[in-house]
Design a protein around this ligand. Sequence first.
Ligand code: TTP
Ligand code: MG
Length: 348
Amino acid sequence: MFELPRKIIHVDMDAFYASVEQRDRPELRGLPVVVSGPPQSRSVVCTASYEARRYGIHSAMPASQAYRLCPQAIFVAPRFDVYSAISKQIRGIFHQYTDLVEPLALDEAYLDVTNNKMNEPSATRLAMRIKEQIVAETGLSCSAGVSFNKFLAKLASGWKKPSGLTVITPEQAPAFVAQLPIGKFYGVGKATLKKMLECGIKTGADLKSFGREKLHERFGKMGDFFYELASCRDEREVNPSRERKSIGREITLEQDLTDLTDLKRVLQEVCNDVVETLERHHVKGRTVTLKVRYSDFKTITRSKSFSEAIASSQELYNVAVGLLAATEAGQRPLRLIGASVSNFVTSS
Ligand code: TTP
Ligand code: MG
């Protein structure tokens, strides 16, 4: 049977935390605002207002570096409870249009509006209404992308910011995807990007002409997926139940390890990965869980919770090493080690 194209909207708030601070403190409007811990601390930037971005300040940059780039910037501590409340408010708005809402982060969601509660056939018109309603009810602006799959809808929302509305039609999609830098493709992180460039793949056009088979050879199952994306196909559904409860990573060691120095080195790598994923999903958590599996397969976990979210990979590592001391690591050989963060401060 012939299937009609879907209508997907991706909504992403503009400079979210910083805009909330400027909304609630009018004296900050028009000024470079950095949401982070104090610049003399080891904290990293959550986000920066558009005024601050002009100085080159961006998310995940050390606050000290942001200060060097723009000493007159105003540094504001994050207020996660406020962001979380606004997040609920915008989700409430989305649900007035469709129940197929998949939040990706506090400030970002996919909506499948193929069938919607307004019986509005134009996804573009719906996106305009949603944007207007968000401004009216929260005093904050967002950008929206409209297309026929998730990959393109998300790219579209980022195309023009702030307060943009970009539509990628099935006719426009091939040219759009062909010129797209490879780093913009869903699933292409730092490691994959390096591999892609080694294969001579710099754009969507290169990706497609590399061919499905060769992509499969180099990248396994992800290779098939990349080929689909390069062909403007993305069958991933908008999944409303998706709400991650924890983010973690574990490594099965190539050989059983007893030496604590070696184990700590692996643990550092694990913690770096976990924090990178947390940042990519714009979440932070208050509970750290360490998992170890001894060479006889006996597996244990040790957890610790804090009143504030883990802010950096170094902090996560320090906690994880503390938890490691509560295991028999160092005496008994380990075959697996992992760490995860849960109890998200951002999830609703
Ligand atoms: P983003 O949507 O990535 O950024 P943004 O909303 O600040 O700006 P843009 O207009 O470009 O969309 O992230 C949403 C919020 O998540 C952001 O305001 C702060 C938080 N965040 C972090 O705490 N750390 C990070 O590394 C990133 C990327 C975001
Ligand atoms: Mg945003």
